[in-house]
Write a protein that binds this ligand. Structure first.
Ligand code: SF4
Length: 227
């Protein structure tokens, strides 16, 4: 019986409480050992699985060490090094350009403000939020990836479609202390239960408060289509 709570704030808090119970230890699943590696890994992860990115970066990070190494890299060689990743040619260009800027404008260090990060090639608000949160311990917003986008809509927390508008919608209803974990909890639940094509509503800890539950609703609020 999927009936959401009366307000989006109450719904967000109840969802969070239950997901904390389900996934007590969830965190970022990309592998990195410094801020530059984190930035590169997040740039590579756009529309690609973290699992694949981790396989590629295991060798990439052994070969390239500094912003200078990436900035000076040959475009074709770097693209070849990441060629099992989606959009590898463009990502190689972005990485070289972003690292050239890091070298020239930031003394080789990954910057720690939203505006400086989003000025780097290929770095949008989502990537910047991840780097700020996990690289600098600065939580300025909520990372909205494809799982957060889908689950927030399914659970009635937003009707917006695009990540930046969804983030703006979520920030007032999610307690600020939960902004970082909110993303990891939603990613975990999206991967384990509420996947894009065939969510397992029978097994879902949120079923009774989910207005998209297949058990008693006809429409997937993420897409607006019938199940
Ligand atoms: S698995 Fe089903 S009930 Fe659970 S959040 Fe997703 S759509 Fe809702």
């Amino acid at each position: 019986m999927g009936t959401p709570l009366d307000t989006r704030t109450a719904q967000a808090e109840e969802v969070l409480d239950r997901l904390y119970e389900e996934y007590p230890d969830t965190t970022i699943s990309l592998t990195y050992s410094n801020r530059l590696e984190l930035l590169i890994a997040v740039m590579l992860s756009a529309q690609c699985t973290d699992e694949r990115v981790n396989k590629v970066t295991a060798e990439l990070f052994a070969k390239y060490d500094s912003a200078e190494d990436y900035a000076d890299a040959d475009q074709e060689e770097l693209a070849e090094d990441i060629n099992s990743i989606t959009y590898y040619n463009n990502k190689a260009k972005y990485i070289r350009s972003a690292c050239a800027d890091i070298l020239e404008k930031h003394d080789g260090e990954v910057p720690d403000t939203m505006s400086e990060l989003t000025e780097l090639a290929g770095v949008g608000r989502k990537t910047a939020n991840v780097v700020l949160q996990h690289g600098h311990d600065i939580v300025e917003g909520i990372v909205v990836d494809t799982h957060v986008q889908r689950l927030s809509r399914r659970l009635g927390l937003t009707e917006e479609e695009y990540p930046e508008k969804i983030e703006t919608d979520l920030m007032p209803v999610v307690p600020e202390t939960d902004w970082q974990q909110f993303t990891h909890l939603f990613i975990s639940h999206g991967r384990a239960v509420c996947d894009a094509r065939n969510p397992d509503c029978d097994a879902c800890a949120l079923e009774d408060i989910c207005p998209s539950s297949k058990l008693d609703h006809d429409v997937d609020l993420a897409s607006g289509d019938e199940w």
